[in-house]
Design a protein around this ligand. Structure first.
Ligand SMILES: Cc1cc2nc3c(=O)[nH]c(=O)nc-3n(C[C@H](O)[C@H](O)[C@H](O)COP(=O)(O)OP(=O)(O)OC[C@H]3O[C@@H](n4cnc5c(N)ncnc54)[C@H](O)[C@@H]3O)c2cc1C
Length: 494
């Protein structure tokens, strides 16, 4: 009998212990991520590693967004690549560059986080198998800190954004379905909210599925990672009418929908009039007025490419900030109709620095042409004054050797020689990135118009506004997506 009672007591004690343990375990959170670019993928991976169940809703047929198009690189200070190459750089210098580039409008608290977390962001990506071993010093940066992969020896090269998205997509796809669910063709149209003590709290979303039916998904937090509004002419006309007529490098999914989704909750919007026009977008001479253009990557100028106008003259420091170079190109416009164009030339040395295989795609698309007869042949082909073009090249080379450039260029990555083959492309400025968007706290929470966090709502990536101020530095968007995506994923899981 006594044994029997003892046995029952032991069972009861175990039962009570188990019950208490269970009730002490925080219940698993469900985090809904709207948009499957780099910010969304980073948020989802981090939320999952914090123990949340994640659901990624993407309106397109695959994850990727504009993130998969990125071609110049991602910034990082204190990375393995910087250490291996003996680059002297630090967080303070990086913060200084971002703040200066943002013309006083950058949110310095967010900039500090961006720079401090940059090495960890690079490490996060390399730990998922992304090779980021090549470093470049791009316009507005005071050190080489923009990372991209070297082209593989046995396979065609892919751009940095594609390489990153491929790795993160594979990682997410390998997670158990009940822990991480990806729903494609899921167009989120509404946030679900409830009222708690008179305060609205986000509890889920409604999305339209491929069959056109509305589906509700409930969760503990929603992270908006829907990207920018470069393809939304109406939004541009409202907030940035001065650029609304320009073409863009962005996909047609870049409609600023995260901003519309949050609108019923009166979010604080920052810098909606700040739109980055990239100085160098490829012009297809057979489709001069195209709405969408391929980006002529920043790394082309970072590798030593030089710009010439239609008179065959240089007119700018090619490594100046994007807004400066853009302005200089617009000032060269000769025709009243059509886009303002200029020429970007790469010497053989610049091609080697850019890495020849990386030009293959653009040559295939006939956006880059090689002139084996050198700049003379290039000038004749484009009806430029041949002697003036030669003069410009000779002058540039002399200034490079003397370290004194008439436009204030301080680093000269590549030499030019009049008789060597040259690669040439026609470029024009076009809309590339929207700096404006939802204002977020340092924890990635979306702030309302009183600057209070909206409960249950987070955001990261290009849908947010503030970190870049009036002008984004090359390589800082992929970094922003990784840093603030992870931060939002972590905090949404708390
Ligand atoms: C050609 C090009 C080159 C670039 N190169 C660089 C570079 O080298 N370095 C750099 O730092 N930055 C670069 N950028 C900028 C950078 O790639 C993007 O700004 C950044 O990747 C945006 O990431 P994101 O995750 O915020 O948005 P995106 O990657 O655009 O992803 C947003 C996703 O949300 C989805 N979505 C939108 N609305 C909804 C909705 N309502 N429901 C469901 N899904 C929705 C979209 O379909 C999309 O897939 C480049 C941009 C372009 C266009």
């Amino acid at each position: 009998m006594a044994n029997h009672i003892n046995f029952l007591l032991v069972v009861a004690a175990f039962g009570a212990y188990y019950y208490i343990q269970q009730s002490l375990q925080p219940t698993q959170k469900t985090v809904i991520v709207v948009g499957g670019g780099l910010a969304g993928a980073s948020a989802a991976i981090e939320a999952h590693s914090e123990g949340s169940r994640v659901i990624i809703l993407e309106k397109e047929k695959d994850l990727g967004g504009n993130s998969a198009k990125a071609s110049s690189g991602i910034n990082g200070v204190g990375s393995v690549a910087q250490k291996e190459k003996g680059v002297e750089d630090d967080v303070k210098k990086f913060v200084g560059d971002v703040v200066e580039s943002g013309h006083g409008l950058a949110d310095e608290q967010l900039v500090q986080i961006l720079a401090e977390q940059s090495a960890s962001a690079i490490q996060f990506l390399t730990s998922h198998g992304v090779n980021l071993d090549v470093l470049a010093q791009l316009g507005g940066h005071s050190s080489p800190r923009t990372h991209r992969p070297s082209p593989p020896k046995d396979k065609p090269p892919v751009n940095v954004g594609f390489a990153i998205m491929r790795a993160l997509k594979e990682y997410i796809a390998d997670l158990p379905e009940e822990e991480a669910t990806v729903i494609k063709h899921a167009h989120v149209t509404q946030l679900l909210t409830d009222d708690k003590n008179g305060k609205k709290r986000v509890k889920g979303v409604v999305y339209k599925n491929q069959e056109g039916n509305d589906v509700e998904v409930k969760g503990d937090a929603v992270i908006l990672t829907t990207g920018g509004y470069s393809f939304n002419t109406k939004m541009l006309e409202k907030f940035a009418p001065h650029v609304a007529h320009l073409s863009t490098t962005n996909g047609d999914f870049a409609l600023g929908e995260g901003i519309d989704l949050a609108a019923p909750l009166s979010p604080s919007l920052r810098l909606m009039d700040q739109v980055q026009v990239h100085p160098t977008c490829f012009v297809d001479v057979n489709d001069l007025n195209s709405r969408r253009r391929f980006l002529a990557p920043e790394a082309l100028r970072g590798s030593g490419g030089i710009l010439l106008n239609h008179k065959g003259e240089r007119f700018a420091n090619e490594l100046g900030l994007r807004d400066y170079v853009t302005k200089q190109i617009f000032q060269q416009q000769q025709e009243e109709e059509g886009p303002a164009t200029a020429f970007l030339l790469l010497s053989e040395e610049a091609v080697e620095i850019f890495q020849r295989p990386n030009l293959k795609f653009y040559k295939f698309k006939k956006l880059v042409r090689e002139f084996e007869g050198g700049v003379r042949e290039f000038a004749e082909e484009f009806n430029l004054p041949v002697e003036r073009v030669i003069e410009s090249i000779v002058k540039y080379q002399k200034q490079k050797e003397e370290g004194q450039d008439e436009f204030g260029k301080k680093t000269f990555p590549a030499s030019f020689n009049v008789d060597s083959p040259v690669h040439a492309m026609v470029i024009t400025p076009c809309i590339h990135y929207t700096m404006g968007g939802l204002q977020i706290s340092k924890n990635g929470e979306v702030l309302d118009s009183s600057l209070e966090p909206i409960k249950g709502l987070f955001a990261a990536g290009e849908v947010t506004g503030g970190v870049h101020g009036a002008n984004r530095l090359a390589g800082n968007s992929l970094l922003e997506c990784t840093v603030f995506g992870r931060l939002a994923g972590e905090n949404a899981s708390k």
